[in-house]
Structure formats: structure tokens, C-alpha cells
Design a protein around this ligand. Sequence first.
Ligand code: TMP
Ligand code: ZN
Length: 405
Amino acid sequence: MKQCLVCDAAVETFLNLGRMPRGNGFLRPDQFASEFFFELSAGLCAGCGMVQVRNPVSPERMFHADYPFYTSTSARMSEHFRRLAGELRQWCRSASPFVVDIGSNDGTFLSPFAAAGIRHLGIEPAANVARAAVERGVRTLSQFMNETLAREVVAENGQADIVFSANVLSHIPDLHSVFAGIKLLLKPQGVLVFEDPYLADIVAKTAYDQIYDEHIYYFGAGAISRLLAQHGLELIDLIPQPVHGGSMRYWVGHRGAYPPAGSVAERLAREDELKLGRLETFERFRERVERSRQALRELLEKLKAQSKRVVGYAATAKSATVLNYCGLGPDLISCLYDKTPVKQGKYSPGAHLPVRPDREFANPYPDYALLFAWNHAEEIFAKEGAFREAGGRWIVFVPEVRILD
Ligand code: TMP
Ligand code: ZN
């Protein structure tokens, strides 16, 4: 048993996924020999209830100048952030509103604020995606968010009306420094709005592929509300989101600044009912994960015996967990198709499947395509309708392994 990254209590490991590469560590053949691996396992803290990875990789190793994830590659995610930016505009009521995005990536969320002439700042450590944001007119600092940086931002810009962060806080090992920084950053009536994959959805869908190096924490409302309380902050609303296979949007204010909506108490009660703070819940999750691995391997071995050609669709970071945990190599899945230019021509981390441009998916179509970007299923099925019409079949593994009709 080791100690919690958040509270120093003991953490009970419930799932060991074995030797793993970095989820976004796409590489060239000359880099195979020096590829970085670590032991990936997840545990539940008996003290604060935070679900977490046991051996976090250093942020500098993950969010480097070659970071291959661009928010704007998904039309649906872009639309999701555009809609939220519109909704949050009404919170910019002060004389000179200021909006901060932590982990602003390529500026997708901030660009409508930039276009409207609203003061804003993106904080994005990965230099390449930060540059993409600057090129589209979004003011961006290429640094890691922490308490020291928050002090500097406030000294230079004043406090913020809105602090936003999507799929970023759960990637930061030192949550105390980040929340202390947010406490400093927010105006007295300011709001923090953040969203991350939701623990209850991960458990309900057996979505073990959400567990990879960048996802250090798996947030639920219970653990988050305890952490916020330590920093003089509190939950004021919780709104489930369909993106990323089930996310939670947390609205946060300074303690006492806003009356919490009924959704907060309701969600906390629901998490108690689901036993989201209990080890037994995660032991059952592990059993489902092990069954899922067995089912996927059996299906792919069967298709191989029938000489079917199976490919993977979307070289997601999540796919690294599935490919490496299930031991799937080029003999079972011939390649991955993906629309991200910097992934194309490279090889997937650990399993070393070649990544090809998605526009080559049709020449010729495979017999089966295993959908790794299951969180973008609607967008992808709509775009790739011709695959189905040509007799191709989709395979999914969340919530369970099956061939779609
Ligand atoms: P995500 O699951 O972390 O959002 O990553 C999505 C990955 O899927 C990213 O590598 C881009 C890829 N992708 C496609 O190749 N085609 C698509 O239509 C979509 C939506 C994503
Ligand atoms: Zn803890």
C-alpha cells in the first residue's frame, strides 16, 4: 500500500494494468528501443476517497513540445466548447471581465472570447498546441498551472471572473497547488467551471481505457467536494455531460458566495448509493475489466482464424491501455486510422501498430473496425457510413465487447 497523492492516507490498489507506455507516446521505429514504460495501476484512497493512478508519470514527460492531442480535431468537442463559451459570456458582467482557461490546448474554448474582445488568458504547457492557440489570436502562456503562476497572473491581470478547465485538472499531480492557485485567481463572485471524465460513468461502463498515464485522477463529486473545502471553495452545481463517454461539469465558487443547487446534495447521495467510495465497487470493476480483456482477445483470435482483416479506428490515448493490457499486436489489428496529422506515419505506443491517415480507411475497407474513439461514436459513424454499407462491421468494447449490427 502506498500513500495518497492528495491526503497522505493509504491507497488500496484495485486494478493492475501491467507495463504501459505513455498513452500519447506515438513514435518512429528508431525510437522503439528507447521507449519509456511504467507499471500502470489504479487505487482508491481510504482517507479522501480519491481514485488515482499509483505511479504517476512526470508532467514534463507527458505535456512536451510534441504533444499530439488537439481539441479542434473533434467537430463535436469544438461545438461543445463553443456552446459553453456562449453560456459563460453572461458571467462576464464586471467592467473589464477576465477569463482564464487552464490547459487551454489549441484555444478552442477561448477563441470566442478572443473574437469578442474579452480579456482572456490560456495556460498551456505543451508548446506546440499553445502555439496553435496563439496563431488563432488566443493569448496563451506556455507554462504549468500552479500556485506560483496564479500569483503572477493575478499581479499582471487582476483576478478572473471565470476560470475554466476541461479534461486537465485530473491530469495534474499536485491538486493542492492548483486549487490554491484557483482560490487566488477567482474574484469574490468569480466561478470555476471544470469538467473531467466522471468516475461513476467509468465504473458503470467498464471504461478501463480511461486509465492511462495522463489521467492521474478519476473524479467524483464526493472526493472533489472534500478537496474544495480544504481550499475555501465549494461546489455550487453539477451538470453531467455526454462528452468523453460521460463527464461531469463542476461549478465552483468561493465558500458561501453562491447557494449550492439541489444537484449537489442529490449527486453526493447518489454516489453513496453507488458505493463510489468503497473498495468492493472497484473490485467488481476489476472483475469486469478482466472479463472484457478475455472477450476481446477471444473475438479477435476468432476473426484472425477466419482470415478477417481487423483495423483500429482512431489512435486515441485510451487505445494504448487496451492494446497493451490485452496484448493486441499487428497480428490481430493490422493498423490504426486517425485524422491527427502528427500521429499519422508514426506507430502506436507499446503495441507499435502503424497509424495511417483516416482518409485511407476506405482503400480498401477492412472487414472489421474496432472503434477506439467510442466517445466520438456518433460523429464517426455518421462520417464513415459508407463502411457499413460496404459490408464492414464495427466492433466496440464499451460497455461490453460486441460486434454492432
Ligand atoms: P479523444 O478520445 O481523446 O478525444 O481522442 C480522439 C482521437 O480520435 C484523436 O486521435 C482524433 C481521433 N479521431 C479521428 O481520427 N476521427 C474522428 O472523426 C474523431 C472525432 C477523432
Ligand atoms: Zn487521499
